[in-house]
Design a protein around this ligand. Sequence first.
Ligand code: ZN
Length: 458
Amino acid sequence: MPSLFAPTALLPEGWARNVRIDIGEDGTILAVTPDAILPLGERVERLAGPAVPGMANLHSHAFQRAMAGLAEKRRDPSDSFWTWREAMYRAAHGVGPDELSDIAGFLFIEMLKAGYTTVGEFHYLHNDAHGAPYADPAEMSARLIHASADIGIGLTVLPVLYMRAGFDNAPLEPAQRRFAADEERLLRILESLRWHGRDQTTLRVGLAPHSLRAVPVEIVRHIASVLPEDTTIHIHVAEQEREVEDCIAATGARPVELLMMEAPVGPSWCLIHATHVEHEELADIAASGAIAGLCPITEANLGDGVFPLGAFLTTGGRFGIGSDSNVALNPWEELRLLEYGQRLVHGRRCLSLPEDADGSVGGAIFRAALSGGAAALGQPVGVIAPGFRADLAVLDRLKLAQPDAEGDDILDSAIFGGSGLPVRDVMVAGIWRVRDGRHPGEEAARGRFVAALRRVAA
Ligand code: ZN
């Protein structure tokens, strides 16, 4: 593997200059040397801009990329998350194994170009159009694994448990049959994936009870108890106020409150959205070590609400970001919107910090999302340091609002200013996947993607 020489790089101890990064044959960082001298005659590659760790995208539903931009017409004055969900079910109906491969392949390139180097696929499209399992019950999950390996992005695949239509135990609606997976079927999927996942250093397999409305909390507790304690577990929770009301009506408790009470939530868990929470629930999430999975673009698109980030950070909470519905792929915009949502709610500025902290907001939220995202996906990423995977993004100074920025001004410029994606080169596990803003498989992947969209629409 080549050694890298970064004019400036974001290291765990802060920004450093003239950083030499040595990478092993397996794509792991062997050594990081700040204030190094660029050696003559040795095979060392000089990076073209500031280097930052690759970002984790902790929550994605790849197939939903097929409907990006198609759910923005008002059909009813009461359009909401719930009417959007109908459109999403229609899109899901047309996505078979080949369509999923082609959609995910192109989507993963879009993610890499934006600076994401690992993605968590919260994957619930398990069955065929009639609701029957494929011959290999893990067929659809395996398609995601193969697409990620072809494109070269890290993947934590999270097959989803999906058992009922609501808190009242109503059976699945016809449109939900493709998602159906009880505990037994899910364990079969996980078993099959162990085989598909052999020999991959960039793959992790976890699982995801869809939500408390789709999975009774006793089942969430049970499946967590039969798997190893460090299993990566994600769950949607408290995304919508109606979900909170239905949960209280059925169980007497709010969803986060119920989950924290009844399930062994710990540091390998990620609570997706957790938008509608009270202060005690925030403190409980923080105390458990679980990560809050925030998806600001999708949450805004769906009208979910605004997560109380400042209060959560003040209690010691950790978060990461996700592209969720994949209506837009841009971690910089996710972070910008995360902070702007807080500003619009509170009528103040610079809010995504613990109460007693000062300093760069961009610097703080970028570091927090790196660390929380890596923890949520259970992968050795998010840090440029020995022992971690060599996942990094090289920024394009000409795309920054302040091209001469140094230190955290680089991140503030990339997040709050500039135009277009500030990323030029992206490495995953020691291999350059994006060079000068381009992925070598892009043209072919786009062709297959467009054809797949036509089949889905038909
Ligand atoms: Zn989601």
